[in-house]
Design a protein around this ligand. Structure first.
Ligand SMILES: Cc1cc2nc3c(=O)[nH]c(=O)nc-3n(C[C@H](O)[C@H](O)[C@H](O)COP(=O)(O)OP(=O)(O)OC[C@H]3O[C@@H](n4cnc5c(N)ncnc54)[C@H](O)[C@@H]3O)c2cc1C
Length: 220
């Protein structure tokens, strides 16, 4: 169990809360990006960014001048959230109308990764988090790219998930109203790849890589 901890106890609708590592890790891994909160010049700033998970560590990266990363490293703590959009939950009342979602809040200690070899390895995790298998298809990272990038490790000290799914939560007195009610599931869909037309791609003889082919296959 990764929670509930002092900062991660779901108060509202606690029946939707999950604290087991399997549920939390699955949501973190399925999420394409996260939101990181930090205090910047006295303001609570929340920015979207990519993340990659390895065991109980969540990695973030940004340019060395990224204010949120700097603030997180200074505070030595971070709060990171992810949300998956699973569809519509259309109740008979506006009050109970909602969306289906799975979300996670992680609270943990944060530190900068200093070692260049570690950094290079972790940055490849981000490339594979964008598309599994892509890291081995792109050119290796240059020393300058490594130097310009800050990588932050957030230890998943405590975490909570909230899962909103299933039929609508209509009020008993609304059930006989002649108003359509139900759920409309949603899922992320990738359309047909559009190749670049510049440089070596202009000739049109660079084959679609295995990573993209797998992605297309999975959608069939
Ligand atoms: C896409 C989406 C839409 C939502 N829309 C609304 C809305 O319109 N109105 C509304 O009131 N609420 C909405 N929620 C729920 C909202 O995120 C909070 O859960 C809720 O507002 C307050 O819960 P709380 O009082 O328990 O949170 P707090 O007591 O403020 O939070 C305590 C701890 O509970 C945990 N927690 C709270 N919320 C979540 C969560 N969503 N996922 C994982 N852990 C959580 C965290 O660890 C947090 O630190 C939405 C959630 C999602 C994902």
């Amino acid at each position: 169990m990764l929670g509930p901890g002092p900062n991660t106890r779901v108060r509202r609708l606690p029946e939707k809360a999950r604290y087991d590592a399997d549920t939390i890790n699955a949501i973190l891994d399925e999420a394409r990006f996260c939101h990181v909160g930090a205090i910047v010049n006295g303001l609570a700033v929340v920015l979207p960014t990519l993340h990659a998970r390895e065991g109980r560590t969540l990695y973030l990266n940004g340019s060395n001048s990224n204010a949120v990363m700097k603030s997180v490293v200074e505070a030595r703590r971070a709060c990171v959230t992810v949300t998956l959009y699973d569809g519509l939950r259309l109740a008979r009342s506006g009050f109970e109308s909602s969306i289906a979602y799975r979300s996670v809040v992680v609270v943990g200690s944060a530190s900068r990764i200093g070692d260049a070899t570690d950094k290079a390895r972790i940055l490849n995790l981000f490339v594979d988090a964008i598309l599994p298998g892509r890291a081995s298809e792109v050119r290796p990272m240059s020393e300058q790219e490594l130097r310009l990038t800050t990588v932050v490790a957030v230890s998943i000290d405590e975490a909570s998930a909230k899962v909103s799914s299933g039929p609508t939560d209509d009020f008993e007195e609304d059930l006989d109203l002649p108003i359509w009610s139900g759920v409309v599931p949603a899922r992320l869909h990738f359309a047909t790849p559009i190749p670049s037309t510049d440089g070596a791609m202009a000739a049109g003889d660079v084959a679609l890589p295995a990573s993209v082919r797998r992605l297309m296959e999975q959608q069939k």
